[in-house]
Write a protein that binds this ligand. Structure first.
Ligand SMILES: [Zn+2]
Ligand SMILES: [Zn+2]
Ligand SMILES: [Zn+2]
Ligand SMILES: [Zn+2]
Length: 465
């Protein structure tokens, strides 16, 4: 744990945080810079983001100028929208996301852009855009058109505290002088940051166990962020592999014989290479055997999440894996390009298939593991796993672990119990609390009432024996 002791709010740490955090949500009614103060004015051009002061607006311009015109385009197109039903409101949000992608000429939105589209600043009860004068003072994440609607929103009481918690965390870097930015990777800086990552699961566990109620220092902050988003996904998968004993037995080994320095050099090299490769900047890369991971029933959000971080973390922790090959499969992948079946070229470091898993599993190479994230969290795509042939697809290959996570214990238990009709399914680890669960509450917009959950709170591991 030496690295943790040495850790200070140095430049290197700040950059590492830039690189691995970059988690930013859109809170319609708090300052885009500091997330704390009540905003006084909206950006005159886009009228989407707000600031508490002129100072913060000026400081944020470097970032905001990247999306101001895109947001302006959005708000102009959708200025006077009203919604009679939740369904039409959902459609509206889908259209916002599509428009924004079209404007940026790319397939994916960042998490921040996504949250702008998914959580537009409208009345939480009637989805009206007019006279939004009644906000929730605590979380600053929801607003209402009237006092009546504010009082009507019983459902919000249950989620308000979590939303407030999330916003306070987002304000933490600013409060503590970490002025991290929404920028892209700074390649030459990578070698410096990577050394601050926990070097194995033991260190990671120590860090994670420092559960935090409110952020007080850099350690708490890192701990919080390790619990976040894709950090949480990679840590969860790694945890699962360790839990079933795969890490030290098979291909997924660490290489303890290296000196610390060799190790860091190698890591830094590889992470930079992976990133360049993923971004299409180099054509060929000498790689050791890849680890193939099938992410099943994913939606676009999961792909949009920082999968580069995921690759970085995996190569960091599993030393002989130079390049985990991520394959995202799910009917909900609306905007992903499918690669050509004959020429499976990896254009951008991962592949996407807008398919049900059972329809494609036979054309894919045998994976090292199959991951089913966030099972049935209001997602219709999971209906496919009620069907026996779909469930068989999950267990096509002998000995390949299936890692399943869910936000609710009973849902996951339901899933595990359901497999009992497949005689060859073995439960390697029954439903239990995931120690690496995401700590950020999510708003589930697929359901009518605005609700929040902690995704991947529970985990189970199964296989075909
Ligand atoms: Zn501010
Ligand atoms: Zn603007
Ligand atoms: Zn209303
Ligand atoms: Zn609230």
């Amino acid at each position: 744990m030496d690295w943790l002791m040495e850790l200070d709010a140095t430049e290197a740490v700040r950059y590492r945080l830039h690189l691995f955090i970059r988690s930013q949500q859109y809170y319609g009614n708090s300052c885009t810079r500091c997330f704390l103060s009540k905003p006084l004015k909206k950006c005159a051009s886009c009228k989407v983001v707000s600031y508490c002061s002129r100072k913060h607006q000026v400081e944020d311009w470097k970032l905001h100028k990247l999306d101001c015109s895109a947001l302006k385009n959005l708000s102009r197109r959708f200025s006077n929208v009203r919604h009679k039903s939740f369904e039409s409101f959902s459609e509206y949000r889908d259209t916002l996301a599509m428009e924004l992608k079209r404007f940026h000429k790319r397939e994916m939105l960042t998490e921040y852009e996504r949250s702008i589209c998914e959580l537009p600043w409208v009345c939480s009860v009637c989805y009206s855009k007019d006279s939004l004068n009644f906000e929730c003072e605590k979380c600053k994440a929801v607003v209402y058109c009237s006092l009546e609607h504010k009082q009507d929103d019983e459902g919000h009481k249950a989620e308000c505290q979590r939303l407030e918690f999330s916003r306070i965390f987002d304000s933490f870097p600013y409060e503590n002088g970490f002025k991290w930015e929404r920028t892209d990777f700074v390649f030459e800086k990578v070698p410096t940051h990577i050394q601050f990552l926990p070097k194995d699961m033991d260190e990671l566990s120590c860090l994670i166990q420092k559960q935090i109620k409110s952020p007080k220092g850099i350690h708490e902050m890192i701990s919080y962020y390790i619990h976040n988003d894709f950090y949480s996904v990679s840590a969860t998968i790694l945890y699962a592999l360790e839990r079933i004993g795969l890490i030290d037995r098979r291909v997924f080994t660490r290489k303890p014989s290296m000196t610390e320095e060799e190790r860091r050099d190698r890591l830094a090299d590889r992470v930079v290479n992976n990133m360049l490769y993923s971004m299409g900047n180099i054509k060929t890369l000498k790689m050791e055997p890849a680890m193939i991971i099938h992410f099943v029933a994913v939606d676009e959000y999961e792909v949009t999440l920082n999968w580069i971080t995921f690759v970085g973390l995996f190569t960091h922790w599993l030393l002989n894996i130079d390049y985990p090959k991520l394959i995202f499969i799910g009917p909900a992948l609306k905007y992903c390009d499918e690669p050509d079946f004959d020429a499976l070229t990896i254009r951008s470091g991962y592949q996407c298939y807008k398919r049900a898993y059972k329809d494609i599993v036979n054309s894919l190479e045998k994976p090292d593991m199959v991951i089913l994230l966030d099972y049935r969290n209001g997602k219709k795509d999971f209906d496919e796993f009620d069907d026996t042939s779909s469930r068989r697809a999950l267990f096509k290959h002998k000995g390949v672990p299936l890692i399943v996570t869910a936000s609710k214990q009973d849902q996951l238990e339901h899933f595990v119990n359901k497999q009992s009709d497949l005689s060859y399914v073995e439960v390697l680890a029954d439903v239990h609390k995931n120690p690496f669960a995401d700590s950020r509450p999510r708003r589930i917009w697929d359901e009518k009432c605005l609700s929040t959950c902690v995704k991947n709170d529970y985990i189970a591991i199964l296989t075909r024996n």
